[in-house]
Design a protein around this ligand. Structure first.
Ligand code: ASP
Ligand code: MG
Length: 436
């Protein structure tokens, strides 16, 4: 059985939803059936949250809400000839907003309640489209599948697994495609909760793990996880496969990949997660697996644009090291010269109060820098990357190389040099053996 998850841009227009429907048609022959998890149409969640705050604060919300409802009506009408299938939802959404306005306040519960409409709209429209195309499908409310602890987004795994198996197993046996919503769940008291922004990937991973799916396919608008940002490195290409560990490193150091935490339920259950492109479904995409793979095909370069580089003495080093245990975003290296040290703080929020205080009391130098990371390389290529980074260091006189692990190095460079450094390192580590 497969879990197919489609993100916001994959469901944002009538054409995109047609592409989704034909991917489902192609995949539905899968033994054991398919479960389809949908995001809200792109931008909708943010607008629903805005409407909730506006309505609860006595500001005008009607125009924004009507625009949003009309946008969904237009998509439904273009696909189905009428918007009848979502009229009840439109009414319920309107009434909910009006109720928040007359209450004159908003809170987590009403934000969640309102945001849930986004996924309810997209999933309802898709299921009607599948029905119209003659494909048998069932719409299941995600609140019957995912259970959280009371008033929190913390998923109760045991209860969720039980619910998913009870509700989904009989449906899967009928061969129907099951359509459900990402992002939304119910707490143990039955109240609607949401799983955090971008939570649909998490929903797909939770549901996939509960029913032991063969694979989880995450459909987006790009053809996988790229070896670098294609806007910076022109010949960046999708990586055929990466390990979960590498994906975590990439996400931590600036790459726009799946948020690693969202797929941990799948990784724990050893279910491969494949990132695919709705608009180019024949592309191979990237397979994220729990097992490590470091081949010439898995090398990637990412850029963290803004880090803080601190150099100081041994005493400062002790203070920062103490912080480091709590904050993996602090990377350190120690020079031999007067036991000097260099620390790179990867995000400004990470400059905790303790580090700030230590900095007040110790002589140090501090400057802005960018960090270019090379991840996923086997030893030989990591070595090449290190040599080239060293060359860049001598050339600019300003780079700093930090070996992070056997398969991962970081070059800390002047922000102006970051793109160039990324291109040079990318060329070096992705060169095929016959081109070396
Ligand atoms: N619709 C939700 C959001 O935009 C969840 C998701 O798309 O993953 O955050
Ligand atoms: Mg989204």
């Amino acid at each position: 059985m497969l879990v197919l998850k489609f993100g916001g841009t994959s469901v944002a227009t009538a054409d995109a939803l047609r592409a989704v429907a034909s991917i489902i048609d192609d995949r539905r022959a899968e033994i054991g059936g398919v479960i389809v998890v949908l995001s809200a149409t792109a931008g909708t969640t943010t607008q629903l949250l805005d409407v909730t705050r506006q309505a609860g604060s006595g500001e005008s919300y009607r125009t924004a809400l009507d625009d949003l409802l009309d946008r969904h009506r237009r998509i439904a009408t273009e696909l189905l000839g009428s918007a009848a299938c979502i009229e009840n939802l439109c009414d319920a959404c309107s009434e909910y907003a009006d109720a928040i306005a007359s209450l004159g306040e908003w809170n987590t519960a009403t934000l969640d309640g309102m945001a849930a409409f986004g996924e309810l709209f997209s999933s309802t429209i898709l299921q009607c489209l599948l029905a119209q195309r003659g494909a048998s499908s069932t719409l299941v409310d995600a609140r019957e599948l995912i259970v959280t602890e009371v008033d929190t987004p913390t998923v109760d795994t045991e209860a969720t697994t039980k619910k998913c198996l009870e509700r989904l197993t009989p449906l899967l046996q009928t061969g129907n495609a099951i359509v459900t919503q990402g992002f939304i769940a119910a707490d143990a008291d039955g109240r609607t909760v949401t799983l955090g922004r971008g939570g649909s990937d998490y929903s797909a991973a939770i549901i996939g793990a509960s029913v032991a799916a063969r694979e989880i396919l995450i459909y987006t608008d790009v053809s996988g996880v790229y070896s670098a940002d294609p806007r910076v490195v022109r010949d960046a290409r999708p990586l055929p496969s990466i390990s979960f560990e590498q994906m975590k490193e990439m996400a931590q150091y600036g790459a726009k990949v799946l948020h690693p935490e969202t797929i941990t339920p799948a990784v724990r259950a050893s279910i491969p997660v494949r990132v695919l492109n709705t608009f180019s479904p024949g592309d191979e995409g990237t397979c994220v697996t729990s097992t490590a793979t470091t081949t010439s095909d898995s090398c990637a370069v990412s850029i963290l644009r803004s880090v803080t580089l601190i150099t100081g003495d041994a005493e400062l080093s002790d203070h920062i090291r103490a912080q480091r245990a709590l904050r993996p975003h602090i990377v350190m290296s120690h020079g031999t010269f007067h036991r000097s040290m260099t620390a790179v703080l990867c995000s400004d929020e990470m400059v905790s109060r303790h580090v700030e205080i230590a900095l007040l009391h110790h002589k140090h130098q501090q400057r802005r820098a960018s960090m270019v990371m090379v991840t996923g390389c086997e030893a030989e290529r990591a070595h090449t990357a290190r040599l080239i980074a060293a060359e860049l260091e001598t050339m600019t006189g300003r780079a700093l190389i930090l070996p992070m692990s056997a398969s991962c190095i970081a070059a800390v460079v002047d922000p102006h040099d970051a793109d160039h450094c990324a291109r040079v390192l990318h060329a070096a580590v992705t060169r095929r053996p016959d081109q070396v």
